[in-house]
Design a protein around this ligand. Structure first.
Ligand SMILES: [Zn+2]
Length: 347
C-alpha cells in the first residue's frame, strides 16, 4: 500500500513525462532500501520541528466562516492541544520552535511561559494572522511589533524567529523583510516554495538564504524536488493527507541526499479530532479535517524515527547549510555576521 501511495503522489507531480518512470523507480528503490527501525541510526542530521500555535477556528480556511471579531466568544482549545504537543515532544525528548500568535500569547501567557520553561524556542506568528500581502507596510509593522511585545512579555525572553500567516511572504512583500529586521528578528521561516492558491512561491529558493539587503535569514519549509517541481510533504495538511511512507521518504531524501536538515511544521488543532466541526466550504473542510484522527499517532512515529530540535539549533549547527563561507544560496552569499541565536540566548 505504501509504495502505491508514494507512486501516486509522484504521478500527480510528474504525469506525462518520459523520465517519470525513472524517478518513480528511484522512489521505489529508496523506500525499499532501509527498514524503518534502522532509519534513526542512518539519519544523522537533526531536523527542525516547529509549531504554529493557533486555535482550531483561526485558520485561513475558516477565515470567512469565523471572523476575527468573533474569536473571543468561542471556547478555546488551544491550551489543551498545545499541552498535548508538549507531552508528545517530551515523550520523545524533542524540543521545538513554537511560533505563537500574539493573540494567543495575550490570552494564554502561561502557555508561552510553559513552552519556554520546557526548553522550547519561542518565536512569533503575527498577532492577527492576516496574510502579509493583504497588509500595508505600516499595518504589518504595527501587527508585528504588537505580537513581538506580547509574546516577549509572556515568555520573559527576547524572540528572534518569525513565521508569516499562511506562508504569505510572497513576491511583492519584500518590504516585510526590512520591517522584520528593524523590529529585531534574526530569521524568518515563512516561505513554502510550492504552488498554492493562498501563497504561490513555487520559484522561491528551497534552501536557507538571506532576505534582500537585510541580515534576516530565510529558512524555508522543506520540499522535495521531483522532476521540475517542488513537492510539499513537511507538515500541516500535507502530513495529514499524504501517506506516512512518502513523508518519511522525502525527509530521508533531504537528510541523506541533500545532506540538510528538514523543516517540519504542525498546528496544535491538528491533534484534536474532537474539535467542533465548522460549516465551511468543501475545500476548507478537506484541508482542515482530513487525517485529523491519526495526526498524533503519525507525529509520534515521525518523532521516533527522525531527530528534531528547534530551528535555531538545527540550523546553527549546520553552517554549510546556512551558507557561511562556502555556500551560494541562489541569491548571494550570506554575511558572516548573520547567525542564529541559540535557545540558551533567549534570556
Ligand atoms: Zn498560522
Amino acid at each position: 500500500m505504501c509504495t502505491c501511495a508514494v507512486l501516486s503522489v509522484a504521478f500527480l507531480a510528474l504525469k506525462g513525462s518520459a523520465k517519470n518512470w525513472k524517478l518513480r523507480g528511484e522512489i521505489h528503490r529508496q523506500m525499499a532500501q532501509v527498514p524503518e527501525q534502522r532509519l534513526n541510526s542512518l539519519t544523522r542530521l537533526t531536523n527542525a520541528m516547529s509549531v504554529d500555535v493557533e486555535d482550531f477556528f483561526q485558520t485561513e480556511a475558516m477565515a470567512k466562516t469565523v471572523p476575527r471579531s468573533s474569536w473571543d466568544g468561542i471556547p478555546s482549545r488551544v491550551q489543551r492541544n498545545t499541552e498535548q504537543l508538549f507531552e508528545l515532544f517530551d515523550a520523545h525528548g524533542v524540543r521545538a520552535t513554537f511560533f505563537f500568535r500574539g493573540w494567543v500569547a495575550e490570552r494564554f501567557p502561561g502557555l508561552v511561559r510553559a513552552a519556554k520553561d520546557l526548553g522550547h524556542e519561542i518565536a512569533c506568528h503575527s498577532y492577527w494572522h492576516r496574510p502579509v500581502y493583504t497588509l500595508s507596510p505600516s499595518e504589518f509593522r504595527e501587527d508585528t511589533k504588537r505580537a513581538k511585545s506580547v509574546i516577549e512579555d509572556a515568555a520573559g525572553v527576547q524572540i528572534y524567529g518569525y513565521r508569516a500567516p499562511s506562508f504569505s511572504l510572497v513576491s511583492g512583500t519584500e518590504w516585510a523583510a526590512e520591517i522584520l529586521a528593524e523590529t529585531g528578528f534574526t530569521y524568518d521561516s515563512s516561505v513554502h516554495p510550492i504552488m498554492h492558491d493562498l501563497y504561490d512561491n513555487r520559484n522561491a529558493p528551497r534552501h536557507p538564504h538571506q532576505l534582500g539587503e537585510t541580515l534576516l535569514l530565510e529558512i524555508p519549509i522543506s520540499t522535495v524536488r521531483l522532476g521540475e517541481k517542488n513537492m510539499p510533504f513537511s507538515g500541516g495538511g500535507y502530513f495529514r493527507i499524504f501517506p506516512s511512507a512518502y513523508v518519511h521518504w522525502a525527509m530521508r531524501r533531504i537528510n541523506r541526499v541533500e545532506k540538510r536538515p528538514a523543516v517540519f511544521y504542525i498546528h496544535p488543532w491538528e491533534l484534536d479530532p474532537g474539535q467542533p466541526r465548522l460549516a465551511t466550504s468543501r475545500r476548507s473542510r478537506f484541508r482542515h479535517y482530513t487525517g485529523i484522527g491519526k495526526t498524533a499517532k503519525n507525529l509520534g512515529r515521525l518523532l521516533k524515527i527522525f531527530s528534531f530540535a528547534p530551528i535555531c539549533e538545527a540550523f546553527s549547527n549546520e553552517p554549510g547549510t546556512l551558507g557561511f563561507g562556502t555556500e551560494h544560496t541562489g541569491t548571494r552569499q550570506i554575511r558572516d555576521d548573520a547567525r542564529l541565536p541559540s535557545v540558551a540566548s533567549q534570556v
